[in-house]
Design a protein around this ligand. Structure first.
Ligand code: IPM
Ligand code: MG
Length: 370
């Protein structure tokens, strides 16, 4: 049985609570012989700042570099509102993305049949929804330089963020999107603002060129990012794979999350380039939701997005497809049986806390594999 090193970074707020449930599930898959998962733990975000004065320490960065996969909870909270910008909790996550080269962020938005009524949209609009947002994660306005606030001669200030993309950055994320579309419904929609932004003009040109040269058998459409936001709440099922830049991807994936019923449902995978020698990719798995400080410590947070993120780790890092399918099935069944955390409750459902939801998923794993 291959040993696989997992670095668990629970972070802040509800991060440690939801990650606790994932650790139980990791243990279950180790006992089932899927892999010998070895768990190391580190600090990120505000909890790292409190311990080391940095949002992630160099020692934990080294563990992340050496891990087969990083499991990330959530960062941030009002406690750290006045921490210097470079040490704010989010900086730890951005450093992980940048230093590990995690340029491809996969955010599937799947509406579980049992949750169609929990969405703020009409059930018929979201029922059966299965889209995949492929967000560029290491470029664009998040990392472009200059990025600064300067004081002008008259004492007023000017803030600058730089939206910047190169051909190579667009090509590699485009290829990820097309490769994934081939395993799904064979359609890619590229969202950009080519009507206003030079980076949008280049984005559209490069996606079009890569499509023609390498993926002509996959359907491609371009959509303006603002129109895409509207289409996502109007008729989301028109999309299969949606490829977009870092900032638009951040916004569009929050919209997509609510289509599924709750932010507490959306997992994500952040992948680096394949190492030609080993065939492996650096990878980090995290829920799309944040640290939810308002409910932290109450034991009521929804662990499903984080558990599903581990399912993505099984699928993408460990090629344990049957195990990932089993875990996804266990989640579907638990929801179908009417079990809910508070964020996804509706009529005739049974509301449970974080640990009970984790235990129910474990029990269902047992039952399915008995
Ligand atoms: C996300 C989050 C992050 C982002 C924050 C926490 C820095 O909103 O992963 O979507 O903006 O990328
Ligand atoms: Mg976001």
């Amino acid at each position: 049985m291959a040993t696989q090193k997992l670095l668990v970074l629970p972070g802040d707020g509800i991060g440690p609570e939801v990650m606790g449930e994932v650790e139980k599930i990791v243990g279950w898959f180790t006992r089932r012989g899927v892999a010998a998962f070895e768990i190391e733990r580190g600090l990120v975000g505000g909890s790292a700042y409190d311990a080391h004065g940095e949002s992630i320490s160099n020692a934990d960065m080294a563990l992340a570099q050496a891990a087969d996969a990083v499991l990330f909870g959530a960062v941030g909270g009002p406690k750290w509102a006045d921490v210097p910008y470079s040490k704010r909790p989010e900086a730890g996550l951005l450093r992980l993305r940048r230093d590990l080269g995690l340029f491809a962020n996969l955010r599937p938005a799947i509406c579980f049949p049992a949750l169609a009524a929990a969405s703020s949209l009409k059930p018929e609009v979201v029922e059966g929804l299965d889209i995949l947002i492929v967000r560029e994660l290491t470029g664009g306005v998040y990392f472009g330089e200059p990025k600064e606030i300067v004081t002008l001669e008259d004492g007023s200030q000017r803030a600058v963020d730089t939206q910047l993309y190169t051909t190579g950055e667009i090509e590699r994320i485009t290829r990820v999107a097309f490769e994934l579309a081939k395993t799904r419904r064979n359609k890619v929609s590229s969202a950009e603002k080519h009507n206003v932004m030079k980076s949008g003009v280049l984005w559209k040109q490069v996606v079009t060129r890569v499509h023609k040269a390498e993926f002509a058998d996959v359907e491609l459409e371009h959509v303006l990012a603002d129109n895409c936001a509207m289409q996502l709440v109007r008729r989301p099922k028109q999309y299969d794979v949606l490829v977009t830049d870092n900032l638009f991807g951040d916004i569009l994936s929050d919209i997509a999350a609510m289509l599924t019923g709750s932010l507490g449902m959306l997992p994500s995978a952040s992948l680096g380039a394949e190492d030609p020698a080993t065939g492996k990719r650096k990878a980090l798995y995290e829920p799309v939701h944040g640290s939810a400080p308002d409910i932290a410590g109450k034991g009521i947070a929804n662990p499903i997005a984080t558990v599903s993120s581990f399912s993505m780790a099984l699928r993408y890092s460990f090629k344990a497809i049957a195990a990932a399918d089993l875990l996804d099935k266990a989640i579907t069944n638990v929801l179908a049986a009417g079990l809910r955390t508070a964020d996804i409750q509706s009529d005739n459902t049974h509301v449970v806390g974080t640990a009970a939801m984790g235990d129910a998923i474990l029990a269902e794993l047992e039952r399915l594999s008995a």
